[in-house]
Write a new protein. Structure first.
Length: 696
């Protein structure tokens, strides 16, 4: 008689480094583990609040945060796996279970944060505690403030209302994401007439043929996933097909069907406003910015408007140049199906590419043969080795959740084990678009004093290999890899006592510094020389091409900046609402970001309904963070440029002062410790060519 099967979440994993046993987990294991995790949580809380001893830091605050051995935090364990896979490898059954569990989990989170007896103990410790280390003090402050910001000081009526609002908001965020994924995967452009492939590079044609073969169809299939969509919009001479692709992408979730997100967005904006006001803030942005480097709404707008002032005049010139090129192209070649020189949104990528070739004789496809994914991986890992002395070794004994995923052991410069690193490279049916870093286990020091090392993961949607060619990336995809790898270094170098303060658990306008910092290496000759070899001939990327890459670095930089600023303005427009938001989303959007928009706006497109960052991804009232962190990353990289981009002493300082510290101190304190002073916008303006760089 066979032994009864044990839910893998409920026993030691027994895998290398206690990694998640993806190969043993079944769908039914999640719900059982969720419910048992909630039961254990409640048991732990009862034990804490019924402790007859006087509340102390040790018996109240770290009782939960620190207790991971043996009786590990089951709820955290199962939630991490489930919600990571909900983004990276979902299906209809997972989506249905998420709909079922989300209200139960939100109710439990509210039960904890609104538990009056537990808060009384925390409040007592906050006022009367032993001498604490800075990290202990940060944990205590975060814990107390977390309860207050979750409604602990409200009366019963306020708490009941807050429960309703947060439960509804969590369900709507989930619904938003599920709708967007379904809409994104629902559209395909199926081409059977070979003449309609005109202008497209062979890599895009091969990938589309592979997609068609996979779906059992003839011809070529293009999708809205970035590696398919972007080359099509850049190279296709078929203007009408570009328009179809653009409109499909930019009308996702506004159609009259079950995936429409317009009312969901409006409701989320109002729910968040009401939550903030219930907690004593004028707007949701005021609530969010209390725990950000920016500090307040005024500082965010100052940054956004300063960027508009600096970049808009350049962006106007960039657009005029595009218009002149479009006019000449139409006159010379009316066959491009472009009856007038007026530039429509679906023409921007096409003419930007033509202008880049004209000005710099540079094209993304020229570079692609030199960016074979396997070699790029070697280059990125090699960069980490040169900077920090860490090495990566693939371990096929570590279970993964999909054959595309690679798992690596990471070793520190002294040879000791540092982390597990998962990399998930290519788009597929059950995977959200975009790129992100996450983790399956955070770093912390357990009660026995052992430093439990993190398991981090980067998830991307990079160009896939085909039957004829390996995965060949664009320079933009190399930058994406570097960006997410920067986040993963923040996770892997974590070296703090408490998990809730480790790695990327920092203020959200600081979290993008390590990631955006790494992007700087993408155009550095010394770095490109280490991995950029032609996939067929083995020839290194020619000096002349590198020179053109460097020269073209700031091509259309002002237009790109204004695009990011426009998203920041839109975000702030929604979350600085003081009164009930009743406007129609589409016209409101057009007006909200108008200051940063140069071209004409199409009345029947909408960004808001697919703006996951601010509707479902935690960046609500925080999208400005990318530009805020860009100021920091340009300033930080200028130190490396001064001492040498591979300077290990500078890298060690960056690791010691920023990457390993997590959220244990105020981020500006950490930054100044590395930099020796506060950042200024000068380095960014110089890097972007907006301000002359006299140092060369």
């Amino acid at each position: 008689m066979s032994e009864a099967r044990i839910n893998p979440f409920l026993e030691p994993y027994g895998t290398p480094h206690d990694t998640v046993p993806f190969n043993r987990i079944r769908l039914e294991d999640y719900e059982e583990a969720f419910m048992e995790g909630i039961r254990r949580d409640n048991e732990q809380i009862e034990k804490t609040i019924n402790n007859p001893e006087k509340p102390t830091f040790d018996n109240t605050i770290i009782n939960k945060d620190d207790d991971k051995e043996g009786y590990y935090d089951l709820l955290d364990r199962v939630s991490t796996v489930f919600f990571n896979l909900l983004s990276a490898e979902t299906n209809d059954e997972m989506d249905a279970l998420a709909q079922k569990m989300q209200p139960i989990l939100t109710q439990h989170a509210n039960d904890v944060r609104l538990n009056e007896r537990l808060f009384e103990r925390i409040k007592y410790v906050h006022r009367h505690h032993r001498k604490l280390t800075p990290e202990e003090k940060m944990l205590l402050d975060n814990c107390y403030d977390g309860f207050v910001r979750s409604g602990a000081l409200l009366d019963k009526e306020g708490k009941d209302r807050l429960r309703q609002l947060t439960e509804e908001a969590s369900m709507l965020s989930l619904q938003f994401s599920q709708n967007l994924l379904k809409e994104n995967k629902a559209f395909t452009l199926h081409i059977t007439d070979e003449t309609q492939l005109d202008g497209l590079p062979q890599t895009a044609i091969d990938a589309a043929a592979e997609e068609a073969r996979t779906l059992g169809k003839e011809g070529w299939i293009f999708t809205l996933d970035y590696p398919s969509y972007s080359p099509f919009m850049t190279y296709s001479t078929q203007r009408e097909l570009r328009r179809q692709m653009y409109m499909a992408k930019n009308t996702e979730c506004i159609h009259d069907n079950d995936c429409n997100n317009l009312d969901i967005c409006k409701r989320l904006i109002n729910l968040r406003r009401e939550i903030a006001q219930l907690l004593g803030y004028k707007t949701y942005a005021d609530y969010v910015l209390k725990h950000r480097m920016a500090g307040n709404v005024k500082s965010v707008y100052r940054l956004l408007y300063d960027l508009i002032d600096a970049y808009k005049p350049i962006a106007v010139k960039e657009r005029e140049e595009l218009k002149r090129l479009a006019k000449r192209t139409v006159l010379q070649s009316p066959s491009t199906l472009h009856p007038s020189p007026e530039i429509e949104p679906w023409d921007m990528g096409f003419y930007s590419h033509k202008l880049q070739v004209k000005k710099f004789n540079l094209d993304a496809e020229m570079l692609r043969p030199y960016f074979q994914l396997d070699k790029v991986i070697d280059g990125v890992f090699g960069l980490a080795d040169r900077l920090y002395g860490i090495t990566f070794k693939e371990n096929k004994d570590i279970p993964v959740y999909h054959p595309d995923v690679k798992a690596y052991e990471v070793f520190d410069k002294d040879g000791s084990y540092l982390a597990v690193f998962y990399a998930d490279f290519h788009p597929r049916k059950g995977k959200q678009g975009g790129a992100w870093m996450t983790q399956y286990q955070g770093q912390f020091i357990d009660k026995k004093g052992e430093n439990v090392r993190p398991h981090v993961s980067v998830v991307m949607n990079l160009t896939k290999p085909t039957a004829e060619k390996p995965a060949l990336l664009t320079l933009g995809e190399v930058e994406t890899f570097l960006h997410e790898f920067g986040h993963s270094l923040h996770g892997m170098f974590a070296n703090t006592r408490f998990e809730s303060l480790s790695g990327t658990n920092v203020w959200w306008d600081f979290v993008e510094l390590p990631s955006q910092f790494m992007e700087n290496f993408a155009v550095e000759k010394e770095f490109l020389r280490t991995f950029a070899f032609h996939y067929q001939t083995g020839e290194p990327l020619p000096d002349e091409l590198i020179r053109r890459i460097v020269r073209s670095r700031n091509f259309m930089v002002a237009t790109a900046c204004l695009r990011q600023v426009s998203f920041g303005l839109l975000d702030m427009a929604y979350y600085t609402q003081k009164d009930e938001f009743t406007d129609d989303i589409i016209p409101f959007e057009k007006k909200a970001w108008q200051k940063a928009i140069l071209g004409k706006q199409l009345p029947d497109t909408c960004m808001t309904v697919q703006f996951s960052h601010i509707m479902a991804g935690g960046y609500a009232a925080g999208y400005y963070s990318y530009k805020w962190a860009e100021v920091l990353d340009a300033d930080a990289f200028s130190v490396f440029k001064k001492h040498g981009i591979f300077d290990q002493k500078t890298a060690q300082s960056f690791r010691d002062n920023i990457l390993s510290k997590g959220g244990t101190e105020n981020p500006m304190v950490l930054y100044k410790r590395f930099r020796g002073g506060e950042p200024t916008i000068d380095a960014l303006l110089k890097r972007n060519g907006i301000k002359p760089n006299k140092s060369h």
